[in-house]
Structure formats: C-alpha cells, structure tokens
Design a protein around this ligand. Sequence first.
Ligand SMILES: [Mg+2]
Length: 321
Amino acid sequence: MPTGLGEFGRIREFFAPLAGPGGLGLIDDAALVDCPAGHRLVVTADAIVAGVHFLPDDPPDLVARKLLRVNLSDIAAMGARPLYYLLTTALPTAWDDDWVARFAHGLAEDQRQFGVALIGGDSVATGGPAVLSLTALGEIESGKEIRRSGALPGDVVWVSGTIGDAFLGLAALRGAYAALVPEQRAYLIDRYRLPQPRVALGPALAGIARAMLDVSDGLLADLGHICDASRVAARVAAPALPLSDAAAASGEERARLASGGDDYELLFTAPPAATERINRLSASLALPMTAIGTIEHGSGVRLVDAEGNEIAVAAAGYRHF
Ligand SMILES: [Mg+2]
C-alpha cells in the first residue's frame, strides 16, 4: 500500500480510476456534462461529518457507499436516473492513505452496481473532524419529475420495501435488542449501514406517482413533508406498515418504527386507479410496495390503529450517526 501520497497522489492513485468520460480523468479544471435535448439535470448534495453522521472507526468502504447511496436515493425520489457524482473530502491529516484507498474501493464497488461515475470534486486537509460531501447528478425527461407537491385528496399512500430496519440497526449496533438472533441483528445493521436506493423504482413511477420523496427523517415526518408541500393531510394505518421479519421480532412499537430515520425507501402517493400498475411494477422489480394510507383534505399526518383510533406519536426520530 502506497503511503504519504499527498493530495495529488491520492487523486491520481485512488480517484482518477473512478472518473467517467465527462470527468476527463480528473486532470482538467472542471467536468463536461452532456444533457440530451428535452431532458433536465437533477442535482442533489449531501454532506456527512465524522462523529455526527458516521463514526471515525466505521469501515471506510461502507461510509463511502452510504454517502453515495443516500444521494442516489434523492435522485430516484425525483423519478430520475443517476449519472455522475462529485466528491469533496476534508480529512484530518492523521487519516492515512489506507483509509482513502478503502473509501475509494467502496465507491468503485457501487459505481459498478449503480452505473454512475465520478466526474470531479476536491480534497482538502482539515484540523477539525472529517467532512465528506457528495453531489450527485441525474437526468429526467422534462416534465416527468415527481415532486413533493403533487399529492391530492383521495390518493393512496405507498411505501417500498420495509420500514424501521435502519433505526433498529443503529440501536442494535449500540447494543440494544440483544434478544434478536444474530442473523436478524446482522440484517438490521446492514440495512442501517448500506441502504438500498430504489434507483429502478423511482424512474418507473414517472406517470404513476403524483408526489414522492425518499424516507430519510422517518416515514411519518417525511409524509408530513409531502402533506405540507401538497397542502393536504394523510392518514396512515399502523397495521399496514410493512415490517421485515427482524423488525417484527424486535417487538418495537410501529409508531416508533414509523418515526425512525434512514430507511431510504420511496414514499409516494398515487390515485386509486394506479393500484394495479403499482402491483405489477412491484412484481416485476421483485420489490414489495405497500399501500399504507390515504391522502385527505386538511393538514398533518395521523397514524391510526385497526379500529381507526389515532395513535399518539412521540417526536419524530432524531438525526443520528
Ligand atoms: Mg431525500
């Protein structure tokens, strides 16, 4: 393993091999990005800080992959297809080339999996904690973008996959839920460390979903964002919330699982007439999609039990590592 490469050495050694055609081998001052006529670029950015959003001793490849994936999730949440990303790192000088090599290895792994490429960024040294910032670019046909503001009363509320796993995974990492069997603990921790951005589902929902976002703050809080933007209310049936076997085995209350963050599932609304198309899409993608509630006139989000009685929900999940 090379040591003491310095900024330019690290770029040449670890990041230039990740560069896509528009990145020009990372030797020019800026990247060149094509955008086909009739399409728009979709751009999003996310930054994470050591000790706040990840731990300095977290596996670097997983830190990289999660950072990339949360951005790919945001691209998917607009109904767009991911293309490229830029990466800026501010690292303490004590973080050695080996950490950067393993970080870049994680990026390479996910570039292959998701068909995206690095096109630029910056790397600086810092006396403070490590800060990693990633900007992702995607594309979408003009007018096909799915925003948060399109929900209408009468829409069905849907969510992909299962919810609450990442919240439980973080707690399990900290020693909670000790009664779970090792396979279930490992599953939940993996769901926390390595979210699955729904990159195939997002674009497939163009023309079907009226409003969409990805669940990062917690299902109920994020549905609240859709309701605010769309000026509507929502009612969610707690028994309908899709849970993994491990989440069900945790015994945690559904209200808590619907308030925990980091699911990175897609939450969207669609008219009832779209139900059959959504079920077919679910089957073709081999990804569960569950109708969990309805959009109504008014404001706010209510969680109800099987009898329709409102369930009190504590404050939405906190931001965690
Ligand atoms: Mg988002």
